[in-house]
Design a protein around this ligand. Structure first.
Ligand code: NAI
Length: 324
């Protein structure tokens, strides 16, 4: 039998954690033939609640789940881990300035990056979900100098999936008919969902919708969907976020021809090297590759640049604060 793969989830007692853990344990993260060991990392006050979730995981009697640990010790949680899903983060509260938010998250993602550096398995892959996800991923990466930089990624797959769903509904086609969707930039309101490379029925999506819908409905609906979910549900998106995390890691490990992920830039498409920015990506042999050679028109250029500028500002701010 295969040796179990250790998967660590931070913020395990939170909303996304609750929607995520059962799917990992059932085999959806890595594949239906890969046994997993789960490590649940929480802050001390939430360890008891995470242990309660662990009891429910036990009660599912998942054949692929070979063990569960619950801890508030990052060194233990990341010891020997191959997949780290960094979900726990400090949310922005009323009146909080960006500097305070980055500072608080630096206090989480810096030490977690170091604990990954010192303890994780050689094949470690990191997905940051906790916001501000791209910059939190950069902070963790910068505290893990022994881990290849490209193993640190941030999640824009939920935005990607939202874009697929909105476009499919508009054109009244199944989502499976939409190809080559791309989210560019930051996982924030400045993100740019791109219909100029997306295809439906082999034809460019942007040519099948009117310009006003693309500009005034599609882009803001995708970018502001998180707020719309909070407004409707009275709670933030959790199941769809967990689903996107599963999609991201599954495709990273098992391969895909085209999706969106925030990965360290190599300078492609004018995105400064090192920024963890969303790109159109493929995954081959367990590695993300930025899809090259796309023509970027003025409309797209302006929007990509605006989102990348925000990432640069966040990077400058965390440098200024001494967090990287
Ligand atoms: P939540 O508040 O329900 O859960 C967060 C959990 O993280 C809490 O249990 C908390 O105790 C834990 N936590 C805080 N600091 C920690 C630390 N240092 N170590 C371990 N655990 C820690 O929040 P929810 O709804 O689960 O969301 C989690 C994060 O995901 C938020 O930052 C949210 O903004 C982000 N998010 C990102 C999305 C994306 O597309 N990238 C989509 C949806 C949410």
């Amino acid at each position: 039998a295969q040796t179990p793969v250790k998967v660590t989830v931070t913020g395990a007692a939170g909303q996304i954690g609750y929607a995520l853990l059962f799917r990992i344990a059932s085999g959806q993260l890595l594949g239906a033939d890969v046994p997993v060991k789960l490590s649940l990392l929480e802050i001390p006050q939430a360890v008891k609640a995470a242990a309660g979730t662990a009891m429910e995981l036990d009660d599912c009697a998942f054949p692929l789940l070979s063990g569960i640990e619950v801890t508030d010790d990052a060194n233990k949680a990341f010891d020997g881990t191959s997949v780290a899903l960094l979900v726990g983060a400090r949310p922005r509260t009323a009146g909080m300035e960006r500097g305070d938010l980055l500072q608080a998250n630096g206090g989480i993602f810096g030490p977690q990056g170091k604990a990954i550096n010192d303890n994780a398995a050689d094949d470690i892959r990191v997905l940051v979900v906790g916001n501000p996800a791209n910059t939190n991923a950069l902070i963790a990466q910068q505290h893990a100098p022994d881990v290849p930089a490209e193993r640190f990624t941030a999640m824009t797959r939920l935005d990607h999936n939202r874009a697929l769903s909105q476009l499919a509904a508009k054109l009244q086609v199944p989502v499976s008919e939409v190809r080559k969707m791309t989210i560019w930039g930051n996982h924030s309101a400045t993100q740019y969902p791109d219909l100029f490379h997306a295809e439906v029925g082999g034809k460019i999506a942007a040519e099948q919708v009117d310009d006003a819908w693309l500009r005034d409905t599609f882009i803001p609906t995708v970018a502001k969907r998180g707020a719309a979910i909070i407004e409707a549900r009275g709670a933030s998106s959790a199941a769809s976020a967990a689903n996107a995390a599963i999609d991201h890691v599954y495709d990273w490990v098992n391969g895909t021809e085209w999706t969106s992920a925030a990965i360290p830039s190599d300078g492609s498409y004018g995105v400064p090297e090192g920024l963890i920015s969303s790109f159109p990506v493929a995954s081959r042999d367990g590695k993300w590759e930025i899809i090259q050679g796309l023509e970027i028109d003025a409309f797209s250029r302006e929007r990509i640049d605006a989102s990348v500028r925000e990432l640069e500002e966040e990077r400058a701010a965390v440098r200024e604060l001494g967090l990287i």
